[in-house]
Design a protein around this ligand. Structure first.
Ligand code: ADP
Length: 491
């Protein structure tokens, strides 16, 4: 099967969050199952060029239709982690992908509408006819619309589209300018509630909704979140559209790439360990303390790694930090936000705590350090307001770090409470709380800290339970292939 991933991220070259990991991990899993996989990405100026093979210009003159004219693009090829990636570079004064960031420009919607059109134009002009086009999030929601309304009639009638939603909050809502720019035109046709029209602002288009309506199959990244998106406010208004398209909608839990996230082979941690030599994990804890200047005392180390977005429960992260410091634990945070207000909040906290040797706040994006934090911590918090899948709790489990999570989305499908889960004892792997208030996270944290202090052997069993879980891409990879085969054979 010939599969093309069209996405705005692919780790480690272009990664802002979990989407980048998923595109990489799933593609590699599909590739090991002898599928032919190619990935199309924008050529950002801010990519990790040190994490990809040399760029080779493979297509010189790609003219991508845009408004009434066209924009001249070049297409480059490079491998990323052994994956075949094509990068689109437009040559226009818009400088769509030379912004020093992946997202956060006022014209983000136009940037990615252009990218979507360019990706399809590249497939067409380079005679690529994939069986499956797999798109992700609002950035590429317009791809199936363009495929089935334009490119199908230009010889791409056999491709089928699977659309994966990693985040329902960001939907790409813009006015009819999108239709003009992308060549779809006909606002009287597309600006309709059964097609691209936003359900709340009737004079706007919604790219996430468009992706759902036009794709052959739609997934989100965990079974629990598929339910939440349909039946709760976590669908951010997509519930009615998902209800109409429910027969082609399912939740598939993301996997973890264990060739990247595995403490037995991870090159970013000084001492390797696994379930068989768990004691070596302690050396990584000491190294983490060395590196961050933390005191070496008999204390549990609690950590958080992630985007500092309101989605991640910023008030609960702050509360957990103070609670940990007040209850004989150490706390490490690694995170950043595109919102300077939120970053400043944490910079102020960092200044306030600068003399505290039990605490370190690292504001920024540090891939390598994140590995050492997962390895060197005892407890990991994920107090999200909503969490479609969440990778950090699965990484923590693999690194023998006990997750303390809020019961939302993929966290419900992956973490099972030590005291209250209905699973048998050996299947319990962390702590879960429900409400989004300080008392709730306190009660879960106090149980975790209490077990670490008073029942070290039981804490160790909890760690080993977590490390035994298989959250690799093996099962999700199979599920995606089933879906791809299903839509190819005309389900
Ligand atoms: P989301 O996709 O909402 O950002 P996920 O939990 O699915 O959240 O994925 C987050 C990924 O990004 C993890 O691999 C995590 O380690 C990584 N990550 C997030 N913030 C940082 C940071 N500041 N430095 C290093 N890695 C980070």
């Amino acid at each position: 099967m010939y599969i093309v991933e069209i996405a705005s991220e692919c780790a480690p070259a272009a990664k802002a969050g979990g989407l980048g990991d998923v595109v990489n991990g799933l593609s590699r899993e599909l590739q090991t199952r002898t599928q032919w996989v190619e990935i199309i990405l924008p050529l950002y100026d801010c990519m990790r060029y040190d994490r990809m093979g040399p760029l080779e210009k493979v297509y010189h003159d790609l003219w991508v239709p845009w408004y009434g004219g066209s924009i001249h693009c070049s297409v480059f090829f490079a491998t990323v982690d052994g994956l075949r990636c094509y990068f689109i570079e437009p040559h226009s004064p818009d400088n769509f992908f030379r912004r020093g960031h992946f997202y956060g420009s006022p014209d983000d919607i136009m940037r990615f509408v252009f990218f979507s059109r360019a990706a399809l134009e590249f497939l067409l002009k380079s005679d690529r006819r994939p069986d499956i086009i797999h798109c992700h999030d609002w950035q590429t929601g317009i791809v199936p619309v363009q495929l089935f309304e334009i490119y199908k009639f230009l010889g791409m009638g056999n491709s089928r589209v699977c659309y994966t939603i990693h985040n329902f909050k960001h939907q790409g809502v813009w006015d009819a300018e999108v239709l003009k720019a992308s060549g779809l035109n006909r606002p009287e046709f597309f600006m309709h509630r059964d097609r691209m029209q936003d359900d709340f602002n009737h004079s706007a288009l919604n790219l996430l909704k468009s992706g759902i309506v036009y794709s052959n199959f739609v997934t989100t990244v965990s079974p629990q979140h598929a339910w939440e998106a349909r039946f709760t406010e976590q669908g951010f208004g997509m519930g009615p559209t998902l209800a109409v398209h429910q027969t082609k909608f399912a939740g598939v839990l993301n996997g973890l790439d264990y060739s990247v996230w595995n403490p037995e082979i991870d090159p970013c941690i000084p001492v390797h360990y696994g379930p068989g030599n768990l004691d070596s994990k302690y050396a990584d804890k000491q190294e983490l303390r060395n590196r961050l200047g933390l005191a070496k005392e008999f204390k549990p180390l609690i950590s958080f790694v992630g985007r500092l977005d309101p989605q991640k429960g910023i008030h609960l992260i702050q509360h957990a930090l103070h609670y940990a410091l007040g209850h004989g634990a150490q706390f490490v945070l690694l995170g950043s936000s595109p919102d300077p207000g939120i970053n400043n909040l944490f910079y102020n906290l960092k200044r306030y705590l600068q003399d505290n040797r039990d605490c370190h706040l690292e504001i920024g994006y540090r891939e390598e350090l994140s590995h050492l934090i997962y390895a060197g911590s005892d407890i990991f918090i994920v107090p999200s307001m909503f969490e479609p899948c969440g990778l950090t709790q699965m990484i923590a489990l693999k690194y023998g770090t006990v997750p303390v999570v809020r019961a939302v989305g993929g966290l419900v499908n992956t973490v099972f409470d030590h005291d209250y889960s209905d699973k048998p004892g050996e299947a319990r792997n962390g702590y879960v709380f429900h409400q989004a208030d300080p008392a709730a996270i306190e009660s879960a944290l106090s149980r975790a800290i209490g077990l670490w202090n008073n029942y070290p052997e039981e804490f160790r069993s909890l760690i080993l339970n977590g490390m035994r879980y298989d959250y690799s891409w093996r099962i999700p990879g199979e599920r995606y292939l089933d879906i791809f085969h299903g839509i190819s054979s005309g389900w």
